[in-house]
Design a binder for this molecule. Structure first.
Ligand code: ZN
Ligand code: ZN
Ligand code: ZN
Ligand code: ZN
Ligand code: ZN
Ligand code: ZN
Length: 211
């Protein structure tokens, strides 16, 4: 049977904004089709820019921020939701804020639990180790590594020391928790779930061995 992942387990995905540069062409090669600007849809006579498989008038290949409009063919662009921006506008207006340090995420961005992080900012709440591509576990919306999550948030069987997981049958006795199959007489190992037992030095005993 495949093991179910514990409550709140997840893993992050990493993404980075697409950056590139347009190429300024002096003129259409003889016999080639006249390029059409992806922005104004007009046929372009003279210089034109090619980028991302499209063509633009040089002055229309510009930052999509209305109050910027810088031409992008010599400075490069950042693509965000199919729009092109200059690096400055991307960093000040569009780069997501890291949920841990609140600074803008300009490069690689880790997407996890519906939030954005610098890859180096998404780490175990308890020990600070980075998750990379490995799984993390959530508790109250905070991520933990598997070892710490197990240590901090699982109930452990007093007899065998392993976590009691959701769906396991368990017994609470003498202020401790036991897997049902681990709740046995300390002497004869007879299972005591639902049986009468006596506690001796914090250990369960069947009636005949408690005397
Ligand atoms: Zn145009
Ligand atoms: Zn701009
Ligand atoms: Zn950060
Ligand atoms: Zn940890
Ligand atoms: Zn156990
Ligand atoms: Zn016994």
């Amino acid at each position: 049977m495949p093991q179910q992942p514990p409550k709140g387990a997840g893993s992050g995905t990493q993404s980075a904004p697409r950056r590139g540069k347009g190429v300024l062409n002096q003129q259409v090669a003889a016999g080639a089709r006249v390029p059409v600007c992806a922005s104004c849809k007009a046929q372009i006579r003279g210089k034109f820019v090619t980028a991302l498989g499209q063509t633009w008038c040089p002055n229309h290949f510009s930052c999509a921020m209305p109050d910027c409009k810088r031409e992008l063919h010599d400075i490069g662009f950042v693509e965000e939701k199919k729009q092109l921006y200059c690096e400055g506008c991307f960093e000040t207006h569009l780069a997501p804020n890291c949920s841990r340090c609140s600074k803008r995420v300009k490069g690689d961005c880790l997407n996890a639990i519906g939030k954005q992080f610098h890859p180096e900012c998404f780490s175990c709440t308890y020990c600070g180790s980075l998750f990379g591509n490995s799984h993390f576990y959530l508790e109250d919306g905070l991520p933990y590594c598997e070892a710490d999550w197990n240590e901090l948030f699982t109930t452990k069987c007093y007899a065998c020391g392993y976590p009691i997981e959701a769906g396991d049958r368990w017994v609470e006795a003498m202020n401790n928790n036991y897997h049902s199959q681990c709740f046995n007489c300390s002497v004869c190992k007879k299972n005591l779930e639902g049986q009468s037992f006596l506690g001796k030095s914090g250990r369960p005993m069947c009636k005949s061995h408690a005397r």
